[in-house]
Design a protein around this ligand. Sequence first.
Ligand code: J9N
Length: 238
Amino acid sequence: MRFDIVTIFPEFFGALDVSLLGKARQAGVIEVGLHDLRDFTHDRHRTVDDTPYGGGAGMVMKPEPWGEALDSVVREDSVIVVPSPAGHPFTQREARELSTREHLVFACGRYEGIDQRVIDHYADRNEVREISLGDYVLNGGEVAAMAIIEAVGRLVPGVVGNPASLTEESHEDGLLEYPSYTKPALWRERAVPAVLLSGHHGAVAQWRHEQQLERTRRVRPDLLSPDLLSTDGSGEST
Ligand SMILES: Nc1cc(-c2cccs2)n[nH]1
């Protein structure tokens, strides 16, 4: 999989050189291209924004630099991801879906967004996804793009050493994850739940599923649907 990122702050993505994604890049499992939007301007001040038609506060990003920048990276099979507070909510399901695609292009807008004609132009040619991380406003798309790239990149085969660790995570099965414990068995007079020390794998699986249900009911009742309310660890309705 290849990620191409268009931004006025390419240095922001230095974090993609380290940790898991950095190793995956070195191994050639994923590729990342960084592109400075200002390299696609032609005036002395490398202008990327201007005042909004119709008035109003703030600045809008000009279409010309975006058109030249995206034309330089977009392929026929590219999915163009535009982080935006006006986008649809990003989910683990969408992360899994995007992890199966060959080429993601991130258009990181600043200010009051990108001239709408850019989105409309590429939506005629490519799949364009305006994605929100949540109902709050960031200064730009870079933080959102980094989060999406990490959520998607870690699901690409070969990035995470032990793929089994990807299956027992919050949201993977529609539920929040169960609480985890490690040594020591007693810490500040707090013991580990006895079932986890029992060696009884069936009982452990049952307890963990019950913990997932309890935590999801308490913290995220919105995630629960009737079929997820089964009480055994199998995921089958009871
Ligand atoms: N969820 C979310 C995305 C954003 C922005 C993307 C680009 C500029 S601001 N804010 N909040």
